[in-house]
Design a protein around this ligand. Structure first.
Ligand SMILES: Cc1cc2nc3c(=O)[nH]c(=O)nc-3n(C[C@H](O)[C@H](O)[C@H](O)COP(=O)(O)OP(=O)(O)OC[C@H]3O[C@@H](n4cnc5c(N)ncnc54)[C@H](O)[C@@H]3O)c2cc1C
Length: 509
């Protein structure tokens, strides 16, 4: 194995590392994924994939497999101190994935692993990255091999996707800014239940009590995930919760003293405490950070795995474009800025999440007084769904977003060359897409003359949007959409397009 060499080394085969490796392989980039464990996780971790992450997984070729393995969640019902507050649909518009998906993290990782194998990649299990040296045009990663021996992998780029204790981040001396989150713990267990609520595989629940929020989400294969965020009753307790502790907690939160639980097989249960942190930068020369090694928070709202997948999706096309000489290296700095802003935005939302934060007397009063009316208001339900789905998150403020662009392109219906299509059917993860408004003052030939000088493939379409939907897009003659479905440029004329392309694309040799 000596003299091992590849384009990119990905450290860690969690969801982030696997998704990144798939994206890179789809572009034809050589990747080695190193994983210190002998196999994937077997523990209760993330349990939900939100709509934006499902779009990401569609670009990575695994949304169908995940959807088939998970449960589509359609409604959430809320109770506060034993009283029903109301129920809300969980549904978003302008996407091919209107509902979130209930699925175990280990299933997500297994299906990502299958997809990685299908695109010619794989994981080197029991192979731990133990050291790192960066040069001006590459990196060396020292590894401990399954037989206990050591070796060095030489690569163009290394990406630390190895979770909160990231070796790459520590070796580079990048600060992990933030703090431990005091007085919060999450206990969870997967179990079948004998309780008052009828089993509905599309419905999840929240039961709010003073100091504890109990979420209940149906699991593929039957039963539920019971997870409870609560003020920490005893920070010294480390062991996973037993059945009795969880049963008592569920009985108290649901006001059902006779509730009974049977753990699923395997009996997944854990107790976790959290930190809220973001790495000072996600790039140092030829090294990058992604997923939990780049940002970490209490999984209130369930956005850790989801944000890792979205970050991997943002990074894979950029890194592939740089490795293949189609875009300048500076493109990678936009990943750092965009992903750090995203992490801070997710943390802000988490601190406002009234359903999952342990309720205070004031928040309980507010939920009980205002909840019934708000939850019955379609506009409110739409806003909550949009926030949780991550579909509304954009990259405004990034140097890659010009002319008021940055938002994710909504998947609106349109007519293209006489055929009914949706805008996302025109996009592809392996290229950029130029959408020219029907009245755009430039013909296809001139557009092709500009985009054709560059190594990055761009396809042009002239969609005609349905009446009334145009205002959901930036008012511009030309929209240049990135491979990851975000609008990079909203331009009124050809010179603006040329300026943008000149900055971010490399000319053909
Ligand atoms: C209790 C709990 C509940 C959660 N609930 C949710 C939720 O509902 N929704 C959600 O979105 N997120 C949730 N999360 C967060 C989610 O699990 C993480 O955000 C996600 O696992 C991050 O993925 P990752 O690939 O970045 O890192 P990880 O999943 O941590 O993967 C890192 C991998 O790197 C490997 N590794 C580490 N060091 C090395 C090394 N030196 N060499 C080689 N390999 C190495 C590790 O073995 C591991 O396999 C939860 C987390 C916890 C703890």
């Amino acid at each position: 194995m000596s003299g091992w060499r590849t384009d990119v080394v990905v450290v860690g085969a969690g969801p982030t590392g696997l998704a990144l490796a798939i994206g890179l392989r789809q572009y034809g980039v050589g990747v080695e994924v190193l994983e210190k464990e002998a196999r994937g996780k077997r523990e209760a971790r993330a349990g939900i994939v939100w709509q934006r992450a499902l779009e990401v997984l569609a670009d990575l070729g695994c949304a169908d497999a995940l959807t088939a393995a998970g449960l589509s969640l359609r409604e959430v019902e809320v109770f506060a101190q034993g009283q029903r507050v109301g129920a809300m649909p969980m549904r978003c518009r302008d996407t091919a994935f209107p509902h979130p998906l209930s699925i175990e993290q280990d299933a997500v990782e297994r299906l990502l692993g299958d997809r990685l194998a299908a695109v010619g990649g794989g994981v080197r299990w029991s192979t731990e990255a133990v050291g790192l040296r960066l040069g001006s045009d590459g990196a060396e990663v020292d590894v401990r091999l399954p037989d206990g021996g050591t070796d060095t992998v030489r690569c163009g780029w290394v990406v630390g996707c190895e979770g909160s204790h990231s070796m790459v981040r520590k070796e580079l001396g990048i600060p992990f800014e933030g703090a431990r989150r005091p007085d919060l713990q999450c206990v969870q267990i997967n179990a079948r239940a004998d309780w008052k609520q009828p089993y509905d595989p599309a419905r999840s629940y929240f039961f709010l009590e003073r100091g504890a929020s109990l979420g209940v989400s149906p699991r593929p294969g039957g039963g539920y995930r019971f997870f409870c965020f609560r003020t920490d009753p005893d920070p010294s307790i480390r062991r996973p919760p037993g059945l009795r502790e969880m049963r008592d907690l569920v009985a108290e939160a649901t006001h059902e003293p006779g509730v009974r639980l049977w753990p699923t097989d395997p009996p997944w249960a854990n107790r976790a405490r959290f930190q809220d942190r973001v790495a000072g930068t996600l790039r140092a020369g030829r090294a990058l950070l992604a997923g939990d090694s780049a940002h970490l928070w209490a999984p209130i709202g369930g956005h850790g795995l989801n944000t890792g997948l979205r970050g991997a999706h943002n990074l894979a096309w950029k890194l592939a474009s740089v490795v293949q000489g189609r875009c300048p290296e500076g493109l990678l700095d936009t990943y750092t800025g965009e992903q750090r802003r995203t992490a801070h935005a997710v943390m802000r939302e988490m601190r406002r999440n009234l359903l999952e934060l342990p309720p205070t007397p004031a928040s309980l009063r507010a939920v009980r007084a205002l909840g019934p009316r708000l939850m019955a208001t379609p506009a409110f339900a739409r806003r909550i769904s949009a926030t949780l789905s991550d579909l509304a998150m954009g990259h405004a403020g990034s140097p890659l977003s010009q002319g008021g662009a940055g938002a994710r392109l909504p998947d609106l219906p349109a007519t293209v060359a006489g055929r009914r299509r949706s805008l996302h059917e025109l996009l592809s993860y392996d290229r950029w897409t130029l959408l020219a408004a029907p009245g755009a003052p430039v013909d296809d030939e001139r557009l092709a003359a500009v985009t054709g000088r560059y190594a990055i493939p761009v396809r042009t379409f002239r969609p005609r949007l349905d009446r009334g939907t145009e205002r959901r897009l930036p008012a511009a003659a030309l929209l240049l959409v990135r491979p990851d479905r975000h609008i990079g440029l909203a331009a009124h004329d050809l010179p603006a397009l040329e300026t943008y392309i000149r900055r971010w694309f490399v000319r053909k040799a």
